[in-house]
Design a protein around this ligand. Structure first.
Ligand code: TYM
Length: 338
């Protein structure tokens, strides 16, 4: 088993990333068997697909590295690096551009969402973004890719690209790429905005009240939960009763994920109660979960040299795995390199 996943260093780490992805990364790392390996990276190359400020990207990349370590990614056990430090990512993307089809990319919902009405003005990088994402995982022969629901379509594309490349340029007994399997945690694969239960919690939402950030202090967390949108009804005693109540379902889902319970278990405790009682309980669980993470985060940010060293070491380890796949890809395509 080889686990590979990435996160964009745009904005700060929020609860959706944590419960939808990072906490699961840490669990996978903690349960690795003999010969198994985890690689986690900051997708800084992906971040330039949207308008960005270079100084801000540099800051956010280092902060996201610190946040991942604070959440429990251990650089001694997992390979932790940033994409731009391993040039094989950008190179393999170009090589895969020959295999990816326009029709496949045209179907990607993220491009439609992020380009909005201004499709002509969107960057080419935003369109070919999923090909870079395919390169990210295929480069390491990833077998498992933990992602939230929103990234599953990109992983399907990575499989399609790998399959077509193997069919077109390799033999069945010596494929160049392994087909990666997307995996999502059973609970909390999708955490929604605190202001609108139909939108996912996101770094790009202009309202800070829509998300809990991992560096939020306890007062801020309590305030955001108190102000989270809800409805006047009390909580039902079963999940079925939350069907048309997306905001209420989101808060109960967050509570369930934080306490490792099912939504039904949480409702068995809180069914019949109003939000006046549920919200403070949720706020407390959140504050207790975030406290150790934000303490470690602040400490790590003060030691810039140590962070640089972690990323340099991770990149060197990543390159060792990436280069043989990159060489095999050039060779399979018939490209002459001397
Ligand atoms: P990104 O940076 O948007 O998000 C990182 C991870 O967090 C998950 N996630 C969520 N899960 C639940 N609820 C939410 N509200 C929520 N918001 C984000 C995402 O599903 C993701 O798993 N393109 C990717 C980064 C990437 C990548 C890769 C991932 C680049 N290359 C290769 C896996 C493999 C992205 O922008 O994720």
């Amino acid at each position: 088993m080889r686990v590979v996943s990435g996160i964009q260093p745009t904005g700060n780490l929020h609860l959706g990333n944590y419960l939808g992805a990072i906490r699961n990364w840490v669990r996978m790392q903690d349960n690795l068997g003999e010969g198994e390996q985890c690689l986690f990276f900051l997708a800084d190359l992906h971040a330039i697909s949207m308008p960005h400020d270079p100084a801000e990207l540099r800051r956010a990349t280092l902060e996201m590295a610190a946040a991942l370590v604070a959440c429990g990614i251990d650089p001694a056990r997992s390979v932790l690096f940033n994409q731009a430090q391993v040039h094989a990512h950008a190179e393999l993307q170009w090589l895969l551009n020959g295999t990816a089809r326009m029709g496949w990319l045209n179907r990607m919902t993220q491009f439609k969402d992020k380009s909005g009405k201004n499709r002509e003005g969107a960057s080419v990088a935003l369109f070919t973004y999923p090909v870079l994402q395919a390169a990210d995982v295929l480069l390491y022969q990833a077998t498992h890719v933990p992602v939230g629901e929103d990234q599953k379509q990109h992983l399907e594309l990575a499989r399609d690209i790998a399959q077509k490349f193997n069919n077109d340029f390799a033999t069945e007994d010596a494929p160049v790429f392994t087909l990666p399997e997307p995996i999502s945690p059973p609970q909390a694969a999708r955490i929604m905005s605190l202001r609108d239960g139909s939108k996912k919690m996101s770094k790009s939402d202009p309202s800070e009240m829509s998300r809990i950030e991992l560096a939020d202090d306890p007062d801020t967390v309590m305030k955001k939960i108190k102000k989270a949108k809800t409805d006047p009804e009390p909580l039902p005693s079963e999940e079925k009763g939350l069907e048309d109540r997306p905001e209420a379902l989101n808060l109960v889902t967050i509570y369930a994920a934080l306490t490792d319970k099912s939504v039904d278990d949480v409702l068995a405790d809180f069914g019949g109660e109003g939000f006046g009682k549920f919200k403070p309980a949720l706020g407390e669980v959140l504050v207790e979960t975030l406290r150790p993470i934000s303490e470690r985060f602040t400490g790590l940010l003060e030691d810039r040299e140590a962070l640089d060293a972690i990323l340099a070491r991770g990149a060197a380890q990543a390159r060792q795995i990436a280069v043989p796949t990159l060489d095999a890809t050039y060779k399979a395509l018939g490209l002459v390199r001397g």
